[in-house]
Design a protein around this ligand. Structure first.
Ligand SMILES: [Zn+2]
Ligand SMILES: [Zn+2]
Length: 361
């Protein structure tokens, strides 16, 4: 299409007004018809920059001109083939901030020009037993953004109106993006720790850097565990107010009331169980984790609990997105242009940045 546009441009010089008009028409049509997107065609391969059709919003959907899209460890699990059944080819990305640019049939709340955030949960059925019980995060028919629905590593995406969140004016697009998953699924995990006063975080990435701000706001003690030798990560945790910092293979000086494991490493589960007190809760926050090694029952005894957290409900999103600007939660962001999405994913894999990574479209 670029070639065609260039050809048309050359022709327009010789054919004067008529061709210029035609060129404008064609280039306008071209802009409407195709867009740049980073596409996963095959699992365990790099995303490829492609010109693809701009999506049209279906019933109940809006089209969004994407401004930024956060990178999440779940994107890595999708690309690496660790999650079953992504649509292929797929445009990943599920921490989308953008502006509504077209309304599908039946859209009643959103308007063209509204700024919205699109999270991981793209749709739930509303009729299964989980949906009826307010646990749509476990919906049998749920569709997830950047997994079964094309996501935000593109100039445009579509999303269901009912599963898009308004974004507080206090946040720029860049600052808001990490709230959409690292923030709100992290917040769901945080809520699972109940009234824990001494709270451990295993893995100090995008989620932990947001949740420590919530925890400190609620006067909790935060114990940050990083990969052994990760001095940069430990300094980052210290800067954000961690009360104790150490390697994930060491025990904290005091027993914890709860721990959240953000890192996808199963060996951290028995490690965290050893770190929590009687009745303590170990929350596994990620969608994927390597196998958990066996451990003595003694380590679970005395009512210690291991639990996972799956996805999010819209209620989690609404609660967290109202709370975040009041604290106020600030996000630390490393920016990448769309064409460098592979580099961003790789840097996440290697732990090369602090806080969150965001793709700018
Ligand atoms: Zn359902
Ligand atoms: Zn995510």
């Amino acid at each position: 299409m670029i070639l065609l546009a260039k050809t048309m441009q050359t022709e327009s010089i010789s054919c004067k007004k008529f061709s210029v008009t035609l060129l404008c028409f064609i280039s306008q049509g071209w802009q409407d018809a195709s867009m740049r997107a980073m596409v996963l065609k095959k699992l365990r391969t790099l995303l490829e920059m492609e010109e693809v059709a701009v999506p049209e919003p279906g019933e109940g959907q809006v089209r969004i001109k994407v401004s930024v899209c956060g990178i999440c460890r779940t994107d890595l699990h999708v690309v690496d083939g660790e999650l079953k059944g992504p649509k292929l080819p797929l445009i990943p990305g599920h921490q989308i901030i953008g502006t509504v640019d077209k309304l599908g049939k039946g859209v009643s709340k959103l308007k063209v020009g509204n700024r919205v955030g699109v999270p991981w949960l793209g749709k739930s059925c509303g009729t299964c037993k989980f949906c009826k019980e307010g646990r749509e995060n476990l919906c049998d028919q749920a569709l997830y953004t950047g997994y079964q629905i094309n996501g935000g590593f593109a100039e445009y995406c579509v999303a269901y109106e009912d599963f898009s969140f308004p974004v507080s004016e206090e946040y720029s697009d860049l600052q808001a993006a990490p709230l959409m998953c690292a923030g709100l699924i992290g917040f769901r995990s945080y809520c699972m720790t109940g009234n824990a006063k001494k709270l451990g975080f295993y893995g100090f990435g995008a989620s932990a850097h947001i949740l420590i701000q919530v925890a400190k706001h609620e006067k909790k003690e935060v114990y940050a565990f990083t990969r052994p030798g990760d001095e940069k990560g430990q300094a980052f945790a210290k800067k954000l107010g961690a009360d104790w910092i150490g390697d994930s293979n060491t025990l904290p000086p005091e027993k914890l009331d709860a721990a959240i494991i953000f890192a996808p490493a199963g060996h951290l589960v028995p490690a965290a169980l050893k770190a929590v007190d009687k009745g303590g809760i170990v929350v596994c926050a990620g969608i994927y984790m390597t196998d958990i090694p066996s451990f003595p029952y003694q380590d679970l005894w005395e009512e210690r609990v291991i639990r996972s957290v799956a996805n999010l409900t819209r209620n989690d999103g609404e609660t967290f997105l109202k709370l975040a600007p009041k604290i106020p939660v600030k996000t630390e962001v490393t920016r990448y242009p769309l064409e460098k999405a592979n580099e961003a994913l790789n840097d996440l894999r290697e732990g090369r940045f602090e806080g969150a990574a965001v793709i700018e479209i």
